[in-house]
Design a protein around this ligand. Structure first.
Ligand SMILES: *Cc1c(COP(=O)(O)O)cnc(C)c1O
Length: 304
């Protein structure tokens, strides 16, 4: 079991400036956001289990991140929209050739200050629905955050990029019919009043952002279903004018609006190619929690 998160409160508090003294990107608060890393540590260990990698001590993994961010706190960018991206990784380090679980591993964490993901505002992306390649199959490792899944995805994304698309939408590996993920993000579609996202059956990555978005949608009293949704249902809904919004969820972009889906040579423009109101509301709500501008009732953030 994981231990409770230790919160390191800042020992000094700056006086809060008057609103009239605020500029843009010049004043910073006492604390920074860290993406509730406990869930990420748990996921790292569930991924490790599937790959025969010994689990990390959860408390050690958490405090390694907290300490590293603390030491490198000068690197945390302060402008709205920027962040410090945290990338913990485990690799095998044994000098051995052969197929079996390794006997030694290295766990490392790197930090990367990143600019605003959407410097010019959120731009909806064009997505190609692929039925020629698959990313993961039932019973495989699609639910683990492992580099092999990215390797499996590169060729299809390359082809999609050559055809002018930003990313691909993966269908399930068995029927090539049900929506799985979009690029390296979980996918959600709004058809009429229902918001649908594929269930966690082991082929898709259990995204932490997916969890947060589902929690918000439920809190807002919206109709959310974790169920299989076929590409035919999406095409049919688009034909009826009911495919209101489509978006991806993931740490880097938070939510990423899909403005166009292409499937079997047919183009489906969503919400006139513009970001939908619910996508925008989700983005605003999560970012406000991340920046400490909105209350965090579920303990998603951790201050250092
Ligand atoms: C990381 C990842 C996601 C998103 O997970 P978050 O925890 O929300 O960042 C979704 N799909 C894939 C394939 C991923 O690698």
């Amino acid at each position: 079991m994981t231990e409770p998160i230790r919160i390191n409160r800042s020992t000094t508090r700056k006086p809060r400036p008057k609103d009239s003294d605020l500029g843009f990107g010049q004043i910073f608060t006492d604390h920074m956001f860290l993406a509730g890393p406990q869930k990420h540590v748990e996921r790292m260990n569930s991924s490790a289990r599937r790959l025969c990698i010994p689990p990390l001590d959860a408390d050690m993994a958490l405090s390694s991140i907290v300490r590293l961010v603390d030491i490198d706190r000068d690197w945390v960018p302060g402008t709205v929209g920027t962040s410090l991206y945290i990338r913990p990784t485990v690799i095998a380090s044994e000098a051995f050739l052969g197929v079996r679980p390794a006997k030694s591993y290295i766990y490392f964490v790197i930090l990367s200050p990143v600019g605003a993901y959407y410097p010019e505002g959120m731009a909806p992306v064009k997505i190609l629905v692929v039925d020629k390649y698959v990313r993961a199959v039932d019973g495989g490792v699609g639910g683990a955050k492992t580099s092999g899944n990215y390797a499996a995805s590169l060729f299809a994304s390359d082809e999609a990029k050559h055809e002018g698309f930003t990313q691909v939408l993966w269908l399930d590996g068995v029927h090539r019919k049900y929506l799985d993920e979009v690029g390296t993000m979980n996918i959600m579609v709004k058809i009429g009043d229902e918001i649908i996202t594929p269930p966690l059956t082991g082929t898709i990555l259990p995204g932490v952002t997916r969890d947060s978005v589902l929690a918000l949608l439920r809190k807002w009293g919206l109709n959310v279903s974790e169920r299989q949704v076929s590409i035919d249902e999406v095409v049919e809904a688009h034909g009826r004018g009911k495919l209101d919004e489509v978006w991806g969820t993931g740490t880097a972009a938070v939510v990423s609006p899909v403005g166009e889906l292409a499937y079997k040579g047919r183009k489906m423009v969503i919400n006139g190619g513009k970001i939908g109101p619910l996508t925008q509301r989700l983005y605003d709500a999560i970012v406000a929690i991340q920046y400490g501008q909105a209350p965090d009732p579920d303990g998603w953030t951790l201050t250092i």
